[in-house]
Design a binder for this molecule. Structure first.
Ligand code: ATP
Ligand code: MG
Length: 182
């Protein structure tokens, strides 16, 4: 399973529809300061369900991630980002060879919509789909600044959580916890 493509439209500095292809073993994104490298990282976390506006380095409302205009361009009213994953090895529990996960937001209502392969879904469906694939929240697929030292400094039980996610048992532990609450 790997990320084949990201499509961004209206997300932060990406006013126009922009497609980033990762088919050819990309090892890095380079560019001058402020050109949007970190915004691509933010876009990936946003689609995967990030709810913290602060951690997305935006304003105070989720709608602040929408392109807010520049000297040359008027602001836009909608942001939409799609991640396209290769699923030929069926790492995602889905029969499809490609998995598209989309998140969209409109300025008018500050509300987000989520889609899996163009079908509307809940955030919970995306969380279930990515759990145990290594993409889940707090997984090791995105390592931000400071993560490495906090992993080294973590208590054994905190570190164990990361190993459980990597080993694929996190999903069952979460389901057990939910069913015990009922
Ligand atoms: P560096 O090399 O300094 O880390 P970078 O390539 O990672 O730079 P980003 O942080 O991805 O840069 O992009 C910052 C740019 O994105 C800034 O120019 C900022 O104005 C722009 N930006 C962020 N949010 C929005 C928004 N909602 N609307 C328009 N532009 C935005
Ligand atoms: Mg940056």
């Amino acid at each position: 399973m790997f990320l084949k493509r990201i499509e961004l439209q209206g997300f932060k500095s990406f006013a126009d529809k922009t497609i980033v292809q990762f088919d050819h073993d990309i090892t890095g994104i380079v560019g001058p300061n402020g050109c949007g490298k970190s915004n691509i990282n933010d876009a990936i976390r946003w689609v995967l369900g990030e709810q913290s506006v602060k951690s997305l380095r935006s304003g105070t409302n989720m709608a602040d991630i929408i392109f807010s205009g520049s000297e040359q361009r008027k602001r836009v009213n909608m942001a939409k980002v799609t991640l396209v994953f290769d699923n030929t090895r069926k790492v995602f529990d889905s029969p499809f060879d490609e998995i598209e996960i989309t998140r969209q937001i409109h300025r008018a209502n500050n509300e987000a919509g989520y889609f899996i392969n163009k079908t509307p879904c809940r955030l919970k469906d995306i969380q279930e789909l990515i759990m145990d694939t290594g993409l889940g929240r707090d997984s090791l697929s995105i390592i931000s600044q400071g993560n490495i030292s906090s992993f080294a400094d973590a208590k054994p039980e905190e570190r164990r959580g990361l190993f459980e996610e990597a080993a694929g048992v996190a999903k069952y532990k979460k389901r057990k916890k939910i069913s015990l609450q009922k």
